[in-house]
Every structure is written in C-alpha cells, then in structure tokens.
Design a protein around this ligand. Structure first.
Ligand code: FES
Length: 148
C-alpha cells in the first residue's frame, strides 16, 4: 500500500490491518509519532489526516490510504519553526516531552485552521491529550500564544 506522508508517497509492506501508529513510527521511521496508551486515550500518537488531528493507535493502516498524512516531522517548512513549535520552545512547555508530539499536531491544526480558535476551543482540543509531568499550564499558555 502507498500512503502520502509529509508531502511524499511512501510504500508500506505492512498488512492493511496493522496499527497505523506502529507502521508510521517503526516501518517508516517517523519517530515523532509516539505510542503511549495504544487505546486512543492519551493523544501521543496524534497526526494530521487531511489536516485534522487523529489518533493513529486505534486506526488501521488502510484508513490512511488516499489521505494526506502529516506527522511531527512534516511540521515547519523550509527549516523554519512553525509558530506552535516556537511557542512551545519559548514557554519551555515540555518536561519529559513525550506528549508534545501529539499536542503539537493538535495545536498546528488549531493555528492553521480557517479562523482563530477561542480559548475554550483550545482548552477543549488540548483536553484530549494527557501529560503525566503536569506541564499542562505551560503547554496551554504556549498554544494560546501561538493562536493569537
Ligand atoms: Fe494513541 Fe495513546 S497512543 S491515544
């Protein structure tokens, strides 16, 4: 199967029923896709599918066929940090950083959306991501700064 990832076609030998997160990370070497809970609860495996955040641990590889997939490796064009990446760095938002890849993708979708999201919408979107270090406040402040 071929899937379109970060603007290029990639061939996958894995069975169509394989966990998409596993194939992206282990077969295609896109280590920005993190595997946490494996049950669709923590958000670590979030990528953009046709511009929308989606968890990939609860999705078969076949669901990505014909879609435009963006992983953390595809964020930030031409060596420039995306505003969300810059804000996360500026606010020193991460602690261990495991959750940040998925949060980055959700925040990129918010910032790159058709209209600026409200604080309530940002909070609701980030609520789908778990951070065990307790860095939620800094992450929220960073994402709010990026959407303004
Ligand atoms: Fe996919 Fe937790 S690893 S939601």
């Amino acid at each position: 199967m071929e899937i379109n990832v970060n603007g290029g076609a990639r061939h996958c030998d894995a069975p169509a029923t394989s966990m998409a997160a596993y194939v992206l990370r282990n077969d295609l070497g896109l280590a920005g896709v993190r595997l946490g809970c494996g049950e669709g609860h923590c958000g670590a495996c979030t990528v953009l599918v046709d511009g929308r955040p989606a968890t990939t641990c609860d999705m078969p590889l076949s669901a990505l066929e014909g879609r435009q997939v963006t992983t953390p490796e595809g964020v930030g064009a031409g060596g420039q940090l995306h505003p969300v990446q810059a804000a996360l760095l500026e606010h020193q938002a991460g602690q261990c950083g495991f959750c940040l890849s998925g949060i980055l993708m959700t925040a990129v979708a918010l910032v790159d959306g058709e209209r600026p999201p409200s604080e309530q919408e940002v909070r609701a979107a980030l609520d789908r991501h778990l951070c065990r270090c307790g860095s939620q406040h800094r992450i929220l402040q960073a994402v709010l700064a990026a959407v303004r």
